[in-house]
Ligand binder design. Structure first.
Ligand SMILES: C[S@@+](CC[C@H](N)C(=O)[O-])C[C@H]1O[C@@H](n2cnc3c(N)ncnc32)[C@H](O)[C@@H]1O
Length: 293
């Protein structure tokens, strides 16, 4: 307190010098803050503004175009707006909160299952085909969305757990399980927070799930969590050179999965044109079944 009170005012009471002290402290703190921390705090400010806007933006709008229009309305210069959008695109891949808000919007709407809307309500035909003849055991559905694959597997007698970063997705998954009179376990978690465990699963399905499979530590976590002989079912987008997906989708380069899953026995691998989970024709897709040795 002594350092914050110095001279006396006219009434003879010590005068607070709080504002000046705080301003000085702020200047000193800024000067002493390493540039990386300053960058981080500027990045956090850009991200927070985007997420606050995104939570209330129209559900069918393109988020990045909509946010760019908002910045323009606020008078942000074009170059600065482009810098912020590039930063948001990068942070979207690093911070699960972006996917959470995005998919909360997707799965809060009633889904019709019609191809033009995207997000089919039927299980992936790849999953249906691949599990034919497999003996049901413990299955994990990562990035489970509305639970179309989890519910299907539970109907075949698998003991299914699913997780997703989106609360609205999990609400939809539980409602779909109730409708189908099957039981599934669900958990709200992201790829970095979910505890995959050790030798726990006979099957892990990763279907259009934005999973970080290019990260060797993620692949090692899922490998460890499989029982010997357990399988990964993977289906996702492959980037076309002239039409790359946004980085947060984590679409793959052609043939990249071979390297990411080099420690597995690849039972089947296919890259082909098909219809992805967002509807519409002409997507390049990869489908892989990998077995833990
Ligand atoms: C396109 S949907 C696919 C859902 C489901 N696998 C299917 O085939 O219907 C992608 C899902 O991945 C989830 N997701 C994206 N990023 C995630 C993350 N970092 N952690 C957990 N889930 C994530 C989303 O919330 C969304 O539900």
């Amino acid at each position: 307190m002594k350092t914050l009170m110095r001279k006396k005012n006219d009434a003879g009471r010590p005068e607070r010098i709080f504002p000046a002290a705080i301003a000085l402290a702020a200047v000193l703190a800024l000067a002493m803050t390493p540039p990386q921390a300053r960058d981080r705090s500027a990045a956090n400010a850009v991200w927070s503004d985007f997420i606050a806007w995104f939570r209330t933006a129209a559900a069918d709008s393109n988020p990045l175009a909509g946010y760019a229009a908002k910045l323009s309305r606020e008078g942000v210069a074009e170059e600065e707006a482009a810098r912020r959008i590039a930063l948001i695109v990068r942070l979207f891949s690093e911070r699960p909160e972006g996917a959470e808000v995005y998919y909360d919007r997707v799965f809060s709407r009633p889904l019709t299952g019609r191809p033009e809307q995207g997000y089919p309500t039927e299980p992936s035909p790849f999953v249906v085909e691949t599990v034919k003849g497999l003996r049901p055991g413990a299955a994990l559905d990562v990035g489970m969305g509305q639970g179309r694959n989890a519910v299907y597997l539970a109907g075949l007698g698998w003991d299914v757990t699913g997780f997703d970063v989106s609360g609205a997705a999990l609400d939809a998954a539980r409602a779909n399980a109730d409708k189908a009179s099957v039981s599934i376990k669900t958990e709200k978690a992201s790829y970095d927070t979910f505890d995959f465990g050790t030798a726990r699963w006979d099957l892990i399905v990763i279907i259009f799930a934005w999973a970080p499979v290019s990260d060797p530590s993620f692949v090692e976590r899922i490998r460890t969590s499989l029982r010997p002989g357990g399988r990964i079912l993977f289906e996702h987008f492959v980037d076309k050179p002239d039409q790359p997906h946004a980085p947060m989708v984590r679409a793959l380069n052609p043939d990249a999965l071979w390297g990411y899953f080099a420690g597995f026995r690849i039972e089947s691998y296919e890259e082909a044109d098909g219809i992805g989970d967002r509807g519409g024709p002409g997507e390049r897709l990869v489908r892989m079944v990998a077995q833990k040795r």
